[in-house]
Every structure is written in C-alpha cells, then in structure tokens.
Design a binder for this molecule. Structure first.
Ligand code: SAH
Length: 349
C-alpha cells in the first residue's frame, strides 16, 4: 500500500510510470488508493480547468455498420438491430438546436456506413462550419483512408475520435473478427495526428479478456501517444451480440483509470461517458469527481436514439435534447461544477 502511494506521488510529479508500475497500481487497487488518486486528479484538473465541464453534442448519424465487432450492438451481423441514417438536413437541424442550447462542439458519430462517403460528408461539414464558425466538429466514424481523413479535415472537421479499444494485439483479436486489424486501427490514429486533427483514442473498461496487464498497456499507449482526448467507459454487454453473456465493466475501475489518466496528462480532455451513467445513476458525477472534465449529452432526434444501441439499457433515449442538457447541467451543479458554452479545446500548459 505505501509503495503504491509512492506510485501515485510519482505519477503526479512525473506524469509517467513504467508498464510494470501501471500494472501494480491496477492490481493493488483499493478504496484508499482510489481516494488518493481522486484527490490528486481533482486538484490537477481544478488548476487547469477550474470547475468548468465542457460539453459535446452527440449526434448519432447512422446505425448501419459494415463491421462485426463482437461487443457492439449495431454490428453488421445483428439482424435484430434497427437501422437508420440521418439525412444531412436532419444533422444540420440537430446542430441548430444544439447551438441554441449552448453546444459549441458537435460530435458526428456512427457505424461504418458506406453511405457516408466523402462526397456526402464534405459538403455537410462545410455547411456546418459556415453556419457555426464558432463551433468545433468532431468525427467518430471509424477507420477510413488517409485521403478521406484529409478531405474531411480540409472540409472543416477539427477533431477525430477513434478509440484504439485495446493496446494489445492479441486482445484486439479477441474483440474483433479477423477482417479488422489492430495495426490498421493504430495506423489510423497516427495518420489522424499527422493530418492535424485533435485526436481522441480510448478503450472500454472490463471488456472480455481484459486483465490488469492489458489495461496497463492501454495506459502506456495513451502516455506515449499523447492524444488530445481519451474516451473510456465500462463495457456493457448487448443481448444480441456474441458477448451477451459476458460480464460488464465497473464504475469504480473506470473512475480509478480516469484519475490515473488525469495525472498522466493534466490537460487531457476526459469524458464522463453515457455508459458510466447507464451503469450507475450518478456514474457521470462520479466520473467528474474522479477527474473527468467533459460530458456528451445526446443531440440526436429522439426518434432514432433507441436504435443507436451499442449496449443494453442506454440512458437518455426518450428525452428531448434540451432535457438532456438541462439534466446534466443540474447534475453538475449538484456536485459543484458547471457546464460551459465553449468549444472546449485542450488548454495548453
Ligand atoms: N464506428 C465508430 C464509432 C464506434 S461507437 C468507430 O469504429 O470508432 C464508439 C465506441 O463505443 C466504440 O469505440 C466502443 O469503444 C464503444 N462501445 C461499443 N460497444 C460497446 C459496449 N457494448 N459497451 C460499451 N462500449 C461500447
């Protein structure tokens, strides 16, 4: 225990640990260590971001996907998944509503839907940028070619969120079919950075086959890759996937990791994800109190929200966008934080 407290201290001061030290910190996890990490993480986050929490309006543009990730409810191989795609005009309408509500970042996320070619996306991105020049656009549309990433960037996309899912090649193969390669996903992240995007990576917590060893590798990867953002959330099984019977991740471990990530990279943009809120009614509050500084309320039309089902029991599927924002606003106020109307770029330190 006292050794581990020293590791917390070392992480807070040097912002890095060895792979073995990360693993030790994870294996020795206890309430006392979690509290020590949380305390430091909140102090560090407070010094940079104060009690401001950034918001991103999440627009789930398509539930069509050509991939077959074993964990995901909208995988191509799930015949029960309900499919929809928003039209560019519907997406713009979400942005308009979002802007009025105070969002200055729009996240366009979806399955890998061949409908959304560069020819469809680029004019849309230009239009969003033209109507909302004070807003940032984040894309989260999976793996694409370098040319495509470049074209989308040139059309106005500022950020790209592509979770690496796991930094361990063998573990990646347990979560994905052979048609998807770990090398390619990692190469995409490098390409995105080279192009000039603010890049987000990330991983699920508690995915099948994940041990402290894999998580330590994830931490080491984030430490060396230095993303602008890192999205982590508990794995939650979906009933119509090969992982239906697997157990899910925990809120406590996710919060523990959020604190470690905050200390590792003090200015990192760290969302308290919807998956946290799904597992625990106050999961997102716990995430912020562990060091997160971003929330991503749903801006999608209510009619499609249930259909964008990556996992079971997703929250906020019945609420209007204004209610989603208002609800999070109150939740954050309750714990002494406030949502800000801001693009929410990383602070340079
Ligand atoms: N198609 C895009 C967007 C994926 S959805 C892409 O490939 O990047 C965003 C994230 O949701 C995924 O990266 C994954 O980490 C997470 N996710 C998918 N299924 C999940 C599940 N069952 N439980 C928790 N998170 C899940």
């Amino acid at each position: 225990m006292s050794d581990c407290i020293q590791l917390v201290q070392k992480l807070a001061e040097e912002h890095r640990l060895t792979l073995a030290e990360y693993e030790t910190l994870l294996r020795e996890r206890s309430d006392a260590l979690a509290a020590a990490l949380r305390e430091q993480a909140v102090r560090v986050r407070q010094a940079i971001y104060g009690n401001a929490v950034f918001t991103r309006g999440l627009i789930e543009i398509s539930s069509y996907c050509k991939n077959n990730c074993f964990y995901c409810g909208i995988r191509a191989g799930n015949p029960k998944a309900e499919r929809y795609r928003l039209t560019p005009e519907e997406i713009l309408e979400c942005c308009r509503e979002g802007w009025t509500l105070g969002f200055r970042t729009f996240v366009l996320q979806g399955g890998e839907d061949p409908f959304f070619t560069d020819e469809v996306l680029c004019p849309l991105l230009r239009q969003i940028k033209q109507e909302f020049p004070d807003c940032a656009i984040t894309l989260s549309l999976g793996e694409r070619s370098r040319n495509s990433y470049q074209a989308l960037f040139d059309a106005g996309a500022d950020r790209y969120l592509l979770r690496h899912e796991t930094a361990d090649k063998e573990h990646y193969a347990q979560l994905h079919p052979a048609s998807l390669s770990w090398e390619h996903r990692m190469a995409c992240l490098t390409t995105l950075k080279e192009i000039g995007y603010q890049v987000g990576c990330g991983f699920m917590v508690g995915s099948p086959g994940q041990t402290e060893r894999e998580l330590a590798k994830d931490l080491k990867f984030v430490e060396t890759f230095r993303p602008a953002m890192c999205g982590i959330g508990p794995f939650i099984p979906h009933r119509d996937t090969p992982f239906a019977e697997q157990s899910g991740g925990s809120v406590e471990l996710t919060c523990y990791l959020l604190s470690i990530l905050r200390l590792m990279q003090p200015n990192l943009l760290l969302p308290a994800t919807t998956a946290l809120g799904t597992l625990d009614p106050i999961g997102r509050e716990k995430g912020v109190l562990a060091g997160a500084n971003v929330v991503m309320p749903n801006l999608s039309p209510v009619s499609v929200r249930k259909k964008y089902a990556l996992y079971d029991n997703k929250i906020c599927t019945g609420e209007e966008s204004a209610q989603c924002r208002g609800c999070l606003e109150r939740r954050m106020q309750t714990i002494g934080y406030s949502l800000v109307t801001d693009r929410g770029d990383p602070k340079q330190i």
